[in-house]
Design a protein around this ligand. Structure first.
Ligand code: SF4
Length: 188
């Protein structure tokens, strides 16, 4: 069958109108389901805003006996309307009473096969010594006509579990140390 230009426009119009009606029907169905379903929890709810990025998604925090037992997207929040990305959905893991949260730095020595717990003081001293030695040995400045003091021997990779404020402080500190290679896991 040959379809002329006029027939093509008629068919396209009919298809679009059909799609619109189906969309409206589904929309009405979703609204009816939401109206009949209580999305709030029966235990103590508090409100918070996700710390992980600038979207500002809203979350409901349910606590029982002083402990966080559940965190999920706030269905009434205008930004995320109950949804959560993978980072936001894992926010419960931040809570201090999460028994699976690591309490100490873990370290695997060069050539070693096992991880060991370190005390914070020991770990921070080790990191500071390595940064200073590497920075001193690889310091660059004033090349050509440009005043440029930096090190290209150290890179900093941020993790997706860092929140906005931690990222801000980390980038300030790294720039202060003269690092130029700053990246974030989310962009790799
Ligand atoms: S839930 Fe995801 S998108 Fe929303 S603010 Fe948190 S990190 Fe950003």
């Amino acid at each position: 069958m040959e379809i002329g230009r006029r027939d093509f426009f008629k068919l396209s119009g009919a298809a679009t109108a059909g799609g619109f009606l189906i969309y409206k029907a589904l929309d009405a169905e979703t609204a009816a389901a939401e109206a009949s379903l209580d999305l709030h929890k029966p235990i103590g709810e508090g409100y918070t805003v996700c710390p992980y990025d600038g979207s500002g998604c809203g979350f409901l925090v349910a606590a029982e006996d002083g402990k966080v037992v559940n965190i999920e997207g706030d269905p009434d929040h205008p930004v995320n309307r109950g949804a959560a990305c993978a980072k936001g959905a894992s926010m419960r893991q931040l809570s201090a009473d999460n028994e699976r949260r690591l309490q100490k730095p873990r370290y695997r020595r060069a050539g070693g096969t096992e991880w060991e717990d370190l005390e914070w003081d020991e770990a921070l001293d080790m990191i500071a010594e390595k940064i200073k030695a590497t920075r001193d040995a690889n310091w660059m400045e004033n090349e050509g006509d440009f005043i440029s003091r930096r090190t290209e021997a150290i890179g900093c990779l941020g993790g997706a579990a860092l929140d906005n404020e931690e990222c801000y402080l980390l980038s300030k500190m790294m720039r202060g140390l003269g690092l130029v290679y700053l990246e974030h896991q989310a962009r790799i």
